[in-house]
Design a protein around this ligand. Structure first.
Ligand SMILES: O=C(O)c1cc(=O)[nH]c(=O)n1[C@@H]1O[C@H](COP(=O)(O)O)[C@@H](O)[C@H]1O
Length: 283
């Protein structure tokens, strides 16, 4: 199979830079006239899948909102992953997993192996126990032609308190070290368009890349960027932040698209509008 980064690049060529989040928040379920149950997660997920998959390079289920319903919620994720694999719709499982190496191996088995029912194309990871603590997941992704997205500069304001630490040291800020490590991870792999170790960089980070002297043009993987839409970043802001690496940026919108539900046709229209907005700003 083709490495994840190259499969994502092809999907972005074909369907554009949008990633639609599948975030069944209790408030969104209510707005859709659904009760807060595992069966409603299934209804929600199916509507978003059928409405948005044709217009998105990937779908990003927010694992926490399925975990809220325990195994019944995870069963809905398993069904989504099986359907997406059949249809070759790429998935970013937003689990933000991170632990010490031996435990990380179990997370890698769960989310990136070919034998777990939760195994899928890619997963988000938290490197804040050390980038190398992610090694089992990085190796599982490489072995199974799957991908990872490592949190680097997150869209939430609190992220600074960790990610900007060390900016005056010669090592540079923590975020800069994470980006350098992800770049080296991709350099060690074989691929055509972009590596399979991605980053998460929020569209709301403003001048942080400049302030931290981070030059993303040297980065050789996909950049998942949340923050567009509901968190206030617009397409122009976003492509200003990512000037020079526009083609690598997979732009997530969850509530910005999902608020158009529950009708499949309305979700489809919202996804097409978000995609058109991004393509117009990206050029
Ligand atoms: O890893 C993520 O996807 C993520 C990282 C980050 O820095 N900020 C962030 O909002 N996210 C996720 O992206 C989605 C954003 O949702 P909306 O703000 O509704 O578009 C949520 O599922 C968040 O958990």
């Amino acid at each position: 199979m083709i490495p994840f980064g190259d499969r994502l690049a092809a999907a972005m060529d074909e369907r554009g830079p949008l990633c639609v989040g599948i975030d069944p928040h209790p408030k969104l379920l209510q707005a859709w006239g659904l009760e807060d149950s595992a069966e409603s997660l299934r209804t929600f997920t199916t509507a978003v899948y059928e409405g948005c998959a044709p217009y998105a390079a990937a779908l990003k289920p927010q694992v926490a909102l399925f975990e809220r319903h325990g195994s019944a919620g995870l069963a809905v994720l398993e069904e989504l992953f099986a359907r997406a694999a059949e249809d070759r719709v790429l998935i970013v499982a937003d689990a933000k997993r991170g632990d010490i190496g031996s435990t990380m191996k179990a997370y890698a088995d769960a989310w990136l192996s070919t034998c777990s029912p939760l195994g899928t194309d890619s997963v988000t990871l938290s490197p804040y126990l050390g980038f190398e603590s992610l090694r089992p997941a990085l190796d599982a992704a490489a072995a199974n032609q799957r991908g990872t997205f490592v949190l680097a500069l997150t869209s939430n304001p609190e992220g600074k308190s960790v990610q900007h630490v060390g900016k005056t040291e010669d090592t540079g800020a923590v975020a800069k070290q994470i980006i350098a490590a992800a770049t080296a991870e991709n350099t060690a792999q074989t691929w055509e368009r972009m590596g399979s170790c991605g980053l998460v960089v929020g569209a709301t980070v403003g001048e942080a890349l400049h302030d931290l002297a981070i030059d993303l043009s040297a980065f050789n993987g996909p950049i998942l960027s949340p923050g567009y839409g509901a968190q206030g970043a617009n397409a122009k802001d976003l492509y200003r932040v990512f000037a020079g690496v526009e083609s690598q940026v997979l732009v997530n919108s969850s509530r910005g698209v999902l608020s158009a539900g529950p009708q499949v046709a309305d979700l489809a229209q919202a996804a097409q509008m978000a995609r058109a907005d991004l393509v117009a700003a990206r050029g």
